[in-house]
Design a protein around this ligand. Structure first.
Ligand SMILES: Cc1cc2nc3c(=O)[nH]c(=O)nc-3n(C[C@H](O)[C@H](O)[C@H](O)COP(=O)(O)OP(=O)(O)OC[C@H]3O[C@@H](n4cnc5c(N)ncnc54)[C@H](O)[C@@H]3O)c2cc1C
Length: 322
C-alpha cells in the first residue's frame, strides 16, 4: 500500500497535498495497491472527509497527547512506526518545506534514501524518478531503492484531479510511541508578519516588484494595487536584498513558490531563480520598460513602459469601477 502524508497547519490543509495525492493515485493504480493517507494530530480529523475524492480508501489518524502542533521529528517518527506496522511499499508527502523536512527525518530514522521533489515516479526495481533540482532549472533522472520507497512530490507541477466514484472511507486511529527527544524541535511561538493581510502563498493575485520599483517607497503603488485586487505584494531578490521588502515577500528559488491566478511582475527581469517561484501562476502580466526582458517570454499579457506611470493609471481605472 501507498501511505501519503496529508500536510496541514493546525487543521488547515496544504493544497500541495492534493497534487501529491493525484500522483499517488496514478502510482497506486500502476502498483495495484491501495492509496491510504495519514493525518497527524486531532486538529486534522475533519480533513479525512476530503480525501476519498482523491482516491484515498483509508485514513490513519495519528493521535498522541503531545502531537498538538507541527513537529518534524515527532511527525517523522510517527510515520516510520505507521509505515512499518502497515508494511507500506511507498511513503509519499508533498515537496513543501514541511513535507521535505518530515520525510528527511523519516529517511534518517529508517536509514533509507529519499527522493525529493519528484514529478514522475516509475515503479520497478529500482524505481526511476524524475526530480526537480536547483529550483526547477534542472530535471534529474534518478534511481531509487529502499523499502519502503520514500518520495516527495514537487509543488505546482501536478494538476489536481478528483475522481468521480470515491470509495467509502475507513478511518483508523494510530497511536505512536514518542519520546522526549522527538519534541526537541517544536513550535513555541508564532509571529505573523503583516497582521491580517492575505499571505503571499494564499493570495489569488500577487503584485510583485523588482529593481525597477527603485525604492522601498516605490512599493506603495504596488501595495495600493494589491489591496484593490484583494491580493498580496511579492518581490524579487534584488528588492529584498536592498531592504525594500522583507525576505518573507521574496518569490523564487530562495523565496516562496506561489501559484496565484494572476501574477503581476513589475520591474522584474525574469531570472530563472525568480521564475521558478512564479511559474505556477495561471496568468502572468508583465510591466517592464524593456520589451526584450526575459520575463516577456513567460508573459500572458504585457505593458511596456514605466511602472510608475502604468500602475497609477491602472488603479485610477479600477477606482472608476462601481
Ligand atoms: C542561488 C541564487 C538564488 C536566487 N534566488 C532568487 C529568488 O528566490 N528570487 C529572485 O527574484 N531572485 C533570485 N536570485 C537572483 C536572480 O538571479 C536575479 O538577480 C534577480 O531575480 C533579479 O531581480 P530583478 O528582476 O528585480 O532585477 P533586474 O534583473 O535588475 O531587473 C530589473 C528589471 O526592471 C526593469 N525596469 C527598470 N526600471 C523600470 C521601470 N521604471 N518600470 C518598469 N520596469 C523597469 C528592467 O527593464 C529590468 O527588466 C537568485 C540568484 C542566485 C544566484
Amino acid at each position: 500500500m501507498i501511505l501519503a502524508l496529508i500536510e496541514h497547519d493546525r487543521g488547515k490543509l496544504n493544497e500541495a497535498s492534493l497534487e501529491m495525492l493525484t500522483l499517488g493515485r496514478e502510482l497506486a493504480a500502476e502498483l495495484d495497491a491501495p492509496l491510504k493517507a495519514v493525518l497527524i494530530g486531532e486538529e486534522a480529523r475533519d480533513l479525512a472527509a476530503r480525501t476519498p475524492a482523491y482516491g484515498v480508501s483509508k485514513v490513519y489518524l495519528v493521535q498522541h497527547e503531545r502531537l498538538d502542533d507541527y513537529g518534524a521529528e515527532a511527525w517523522g517518527h510517527s510515520i516510520v512506526q505507521l509505515a512499518r506496522s502497515e508494511s507500506a511499499q511507498v511513503v509519499l508527502a508533498a515537496g513543501t518545506d514541511r513535507g521535505n523536512e518530515v520525510m528527511a527525518h523519516v529517511a534518517a530514522r529508517a536509514d533509507l534514501p529519499l527522493a525529493s521533489n519528484c514529478t514522475v515516479i516509475r515503479p520497478g526495481d529500482p524505481y526511476r524518478v524524475t526530480r526537480l533540482r536547483w529550483g526547477g532549472s534542472l530535471l534529474e533522472e534518478a534511481y531509487l531503492g529502499g523499502d519502503p520507497k520514500l518520495i516527495t512530490v514537487a509543488e505546482h507541477v501536478i494538476a489536481v484531479e478528483e475522481i468521480s466514484n470515491p470509495a467509502e472511507l475507513e478511518v483508523n486511529t494510530f497511536t505512536p510511541v514518542l519520546e522526549d527527544k522527538d519534541f526537541r524541535v517544536r513550535i513555541i511561538e508564532r509571529v505573523t508578519e503583516g497582521g491580517d493581510k492575505i499571505s503571499l502563498t494564499d493570495a489569488r493575485v500577487v503584485v510583485s516588484g523588482g529593481r525597477g520599483v527603485g525604492s522601498a517607497e516605490g512599493f506603495s503603488v504596488l501595495e495600493t494595487l494589491a489591496e484593490r485586487l484583494g491580493g498580496a505584494v511579492g518581490a524579487s531578490r534584488v528588492a529584498t536584498n536592498k531592504g525594500w521588502r522583507s525576505h518573507a515577500d521574496q518569490v523564487g528559488q530562495t523565496g516562496a513558490r506561489i501559484a496565484p491566478d494572476l501574477y503581476i511582475a513589475c520591474g522584474i527581469s525574469g531570472a530563472i531563480q525568480h521564475l521558478v517561484g512564479c511559474k505556477g501562476s495561471n496568468k502572468i502580466l508583465v510591466i517592464n520598460t524593456d520589451r526584450e526582458a526575459p520575463i516577456l517570454s513567460r508573459a500572458d499579457y504585457a505593458a511596456i513602459g514605466d511602472l510608475h506611470e502604468i500602475l497609477p493609471a491602472v488603479i485610477a481605472e479600477l477606482n472608476k469601477l462601481p
